[in-house]
Design a protein around this ligand. Structure first.
Ligand SMILES: [Zn+2]
Length: 154
């Protein structure tokens, strides 16, 4: 008899969900561009409930310590790269902002937390000051990490 509450998350290995892997690699670029002190996000999986008609595990976007916040990646969101990128970016935003207690990602021009939007059928980071900051995965092209090279600590 297994304890139904013993749902131990397991780290997902690279290659198990290749489409989500690709999406996560893009989102991790944004993380590295904005929170360089943070280790990359990773996928964690939880087993499905045995009571379910079709028990299957669910994947979450987690911090490097394996903790996450919010919903699992929707079933089928790894059917194509764009859906995967939306799903992974949204889950990453939940996990980073809720686990680390900070808005993420932030538009460095306006110091405002950004939202996920669709533009030209691609996910972008949209600033409440009504502009698109960058496509998901491209934040590094518009903003440098807070402790960028040459920066001095006072
Ligand atoms: Zn802005």
């Amino acid at each position: 008899m297994t304890d139904p509450f013993d749902v131990t998350p397991r780290p997902v290995q690279l290659g198990e969900y290749p489409v989500w892997d690709e999406a996560l690699a893009l989102v991790n670029r944004d993380l590295a561009a904005t929170l360089p002190e943070r280790a990359p996000l990773r996928l964690m999986a939880l087993p499905g409930w045995e009571e379910d008609e079709d028990p299957h595990e669910h994947a979450h976007v987690a911090l490097s310590d394996g903790t996450w916040w919010g919903n699992h990646l929707p079933d089928g969101s790894d059917a194509d790269p764009v859906s995967a990128l939306f799903a992974v970016a949204e889950a990453a935003q939940d996990t980073v902002s809720e686990r680390l207690w900070q808005a993420w990602p932030v538009c460095t021009e306006h110091t405002l937390g950004m939202h996920l939007r669709e533009e030209d059928e691609r996910p972008v980071w949209w600033c409440p000051k009504d502009h698109v900051r960058a496509a998901v995965g491209a934040l590094g092209t518009v903003q440098r990490p807070p402790r960028a090279r040459g920066a001095r600590r006072s």
